[in-house]
Design a protein around this ligand. Structure first.
Ligand code: PLP
Ligand code: TYF
Length: 398
C-alpha cells in the first residue's frame, strides 16, 4: 500500500531544527525556528506558568473529556485578551470562541468551517507569509493566492499595492491578515493603515481572518490587538486565530483558540454548533492541561501581573537584541545599513541576506537561518550576539 508513496519535502523551518540538532559545532546558533529563548539560550518556563501548574498538580483534578469548544473559563479569558475585557461584542454574545490545538489548529478549524460556508471563495495570504498558511488553507480545499505586502526596497509594507489589490477582490474572498509581528518580515501595518483595511473589507464584502500568534511581542497586550479592536468596532463579522505558544512559552502544549465575531447572539449559537461539528470530526475535544494553566494565570490577578511582567521582559529582551545586533554589525565595519532590524517588530527580521549568504552562515559558522533571509531575533543572547554579528559581517562583505 505504500510502494508509490513519494517522499514529501521537509517543512522549510521545522526541517532546519533537524539539521541544527545534527550539527556538532559548539558555536552553532539556531536563528531558524520562531521560538523565544532567554539570555541563557533556553526556552523559558514562565514563573506564572510554573505557579499555576504547581497549584493544579496539588489539586490533582480528574481528566474527563472537555467540552468540544474547551472550558468556558479558558474561552472567556481568550476573548478578554483579544477583544478587551470591556468589549461590547463579548457582552452582546457576538463572539464565539473554541479552544484549539495551537494557532495552527485554530487556523485549521477556521479553514474547515469556512470551506463549508463558501466552497467557491479563494483565500489570500500576504506575500510573503508564514509558510504554513498556504499549505493549511490548501489542505482545507481552498485555492490560495498572494496579496502584495512586503516591499524589499523600503523594507516596509507596500500598503498602496496591498490596498489596491484588496479593493478589486470579489465579495466573499478570505483575507488572512497577520494581526501583529508579521511573520516572516517583521513589518506591520500602522493603526491608520489597519483602519483602511477594515474599510476595504467592508466595501468589498471580504472575509477577514486575523492571525494573532504574537500578542504582546510588539508593544503590549492591548496595543498589539489594535487590528482586532478596529475590526470589532466596524460591525463586520470576522475570524481570529490566536496562540499562547509564544506569549506563555507553551509551544508543545498546543494552546490556541479560534474566535468568530457574529452579527448577534442567535447567530453565535448557530455558528458555534457548526464549529463544534468541525472540531468533533477532527479531534473531538481539546486537551486539558495547557488551557487550564492559561486560564488559571489570566484569572488570578497576581499571576496575571507576573505573566504581564514576564511577557514585557521577553519583548524588551528581543528589542535589546535587535539594537545590539545593529550596533555590532556596524562596529564590524559593514557599510550596509542594518538599522531597519531595530525598527521591525516581533520575533523576526527579514535581513535581506540571500539564500547563498544564509548557506554560508550555516556552512562556515553553524548559524542557521531560513533561506529567505529570515532570522529569529529571540534566539540571540549576550553570549552569541557578537559571534552572529561577526559572521553576518563576513558574509555580507565577502
Ligand atoms: N500563525 C503564525 C503567523 C505563526 O507565526 C505561527 C507560529 O507558530 C502560528 C500561526 C502557529 O502557532 P502555533 O505554534 O501555536 O500553532
Ligand atoms: O515561523 C516559525 O518559525 C514559527 C514556528 O510549520 C513554526 O511560527 C514554523 C513552521 C511550522 C510550524 C511552526
Amino acid at each position: 500500500i505504500f510502494s508509490a508513496v513519494e517522499l514529501a519535502p521537509r517543512d522549510p523551518i521545522l526541517g532546519l531544527n533537524e539539521a541544527f540538532n545534527a550539527d556538532t559545532r559548539t558555536t552553532k546558533v539556531n536563528l531558524g525556528v520562531g521560538v523565544y529563548s532567554d539570555d541563557n539560550g533556553k526556552i523559558p518556563l514562565l514563573a506564572a506558568v510554573k505557579a499555576a501548574e504547581k497549584a493544579r498538580l496539588e489539586t490533582m483534578p480528574p481528566r474527563g473529556y472537555q467540552p468540544i469548544e474547551g472550558a468556558q473559563a479558558y474561552d472567556s479569558a481568550v476573548q478578554n485578551l483579544l477583544f478587551g475585557a470591556d468589549s461590547e461584542l463579548i457582552k452582546a454574545g457576538q463572539v464565539v470562541t473554541a479552544q484549539a490545538l495551537g494557532g495552527t489548529g485554530a487556523l485549521k478549524i477556521g479553514a474547515d468551517f469556512l470551506k463549508r460556508l463558501n466552497r467557491e471563495a479563494k483565500v489570500y495570504i500576504s506575500n510573503p507569509s508564514w509558510e504554513n498558511h498556504r499549505a493549511l488553507f490548501e489542505s482545507a480545499g481552498f485555492e490560495v493566492e498572494n496579496y502584495p505586502y512586503y516591499d524589499a526596497a523600503t523594507r516596509g509594507v507596500d500598503f498602496d499595492g496591498m490596498r489596491a489589490f484588496l479593493a478589486q477582490l470579489p465579495a466573499g474572498s478570505v483575507i488572512v491578515l497577520h494581526a501583529c509581528c508579521h511573520n516572516p518580515t517583521g513589518a506591520d501595518l500602522s493603526d491608520a493603515q489597519w483602519a483602511e483595511v477594515v474599510q476595504v473589507c467592508r466595501e468589498r464584502g471580504l472575509v477577514p481572518f486575523l492571525d494573532m500568534a504574537y500578542q504582546g511581542f510588539a508593544d503590549g497586550i492591548d496595543a498589539d490587538a489594535v487590528a482586532v479592536r478596529l475590526f470589532s468596532a466596524s460591525g463586520l463579522q470576522f475570524f481570529v486565530s490566536s496562540s499562547f505558544s509564544k506569549s506563555f512559552s507553551l509551544y508543545g502544549e498546543r494552546v490556541g483558540a479560534l474566535s468568530i465575531v457574529t452579527a448577534g447572539k442567535e447567530e453565535s449559537a448557530r455558528v458555534l454548533s457548526q464549529l463544534k461539528r468541525v472540531i468533533r470530526t477532527n479531534y473531538s475535544n481539546p486537551p486539558i492541561h495547557g488551557g487550564a494553566v492559561v486560564a488559571a494565570v489570566l484569572s488570578n490577578p497576581e499571576l496575571r501581573q507576573l505573566w504581564e511582567d514576564e511577557l514585557a521582559g521577553m519583548r524588551d529582551r528581543i528589542r535589546a537584541m535587535r539594537v545590539g545586533l545593529v550596533e555590532a554589525i556596524k562596529a564590524e565595519g559593514v557599510a550596509q545599513d542594518f538599522s531597519f532590524v531595530a525598527q521591525q517588530r516581533g520575533m523576526f527580521s527579514y535581513t535581506g541576506l540571500s539564500a547563498a549568504q544564509v548557506e554560508r552562515l550555516r556552512a562556515d559558522f553553524g548559524i542557521y537561518a531560513v533561506s529567505t533571509g529570515r532570522i529569529c531575533l529571540a534566539a540571540l543572547n549576550n553570549k552569541n550576539l557578537a559571534y552572529v554579528a561577526s559572521a553576518i559581517a563576513q558574509v555580507v562583505k565577502a
